[in-house]
Design a protein around this ligand. Structure first.
Ligand code: GRF
Length: 207
């Protein structure tokens, strides 16, 4: 059975959807460890409640990024991780970790990449940019992580309508619900070895 590490920085609602999907059998793997980039976030509570080993590995506790990176990599190795899922994780992973886990790191982004993504586009900022631009459709993207910011091969996407009455909060709420739907789907496909990366294109092998 594959070992999954979920990396978080906040409330962990995406982590919760993954936990629920594992416990219901939709994802045939185990969440072996949760690693947060910040202390005291609710996502760590969620892990503890489900008896999942949880750690906080944050940059400020290390002399430099190299030591931070080493600690993160050691933790992933300790748990023999096969798949890293970034679920609201705000740190940029180092090229070394990305190389070590090539096409084995999945990220979820709350827009339809390549729109409203890249440096500085995270959390509410994404939805505010969508509202300000006046697009009529936004959505969610699940993708493999490469060395760029939100540039890796796309696994799944789903559209979300932007309503005239929306503000960033109301839009964020509707988008988050779709995140909770397609992140577990993408992780399940990976775990069942049904994702084939062909250059920039991810092909899904039908059942
Ligand atoms: C949310 O803004 C979500 O859109 C993005 O990460 C943030 C935190 O989500 N993926 P979570 O509740 O911590 O999973």
């Amino acid at each position: 059975m594959k070992n999954i590490a979920v990396l978080i920085s906040g409330g962990g609602s995406n982590l919760q959807s993954l936990i629920d999907s594992v416990e219901s059998g939709k994802i045939k793997a185990r969440i072996s460890v949760v690693i947060s980039s910040r202390k005291g976030v609710y996502g760590l509570e969620r892990a503890k409640r489900h008896n999942i080993p949880a750690y906080c590995i944050q940059k400020r506790d290390f002399l430099n990024d190299k030591d931070f990176d080493k600690a993160l990599l050691e933790k992933l190795k300790e748990y023999e991780i096969d798949l890293v899922v970034l679920a609201g994780y705000l740190n940029i992973l180092s090229p070394q970790i990305i190389a070590e886990y090539e096409n084995r790191i999945i990220n979820i982004h709350p827009s339809l990449i390549p729109s409203f993504c890249g440096k500085g586009y995270y959390g509410a900022r994404v939805h505010q940019a969508v509202i300000d631009y006046g697009v009529k459709i936004t959505g969610v993207t699940v993708h493999f992580v490469d060395e760029g910011a939100d540039t890796g091969p796309i696994i799944l996407q789903k559209a979300v309508d932007v309503k005239d009455y929306d503000n960033a909060d109301s839009l964020a709420e509707r988008v988050l619900n779709i995140e909770h739907e397609i992140l577990p789907k993408a992780v399940a496909l990976f775990v069942e070895d049904r994702l084939l990366v062909d250059g920039r294109v991810v092909r899904i092998i039908e059942n």
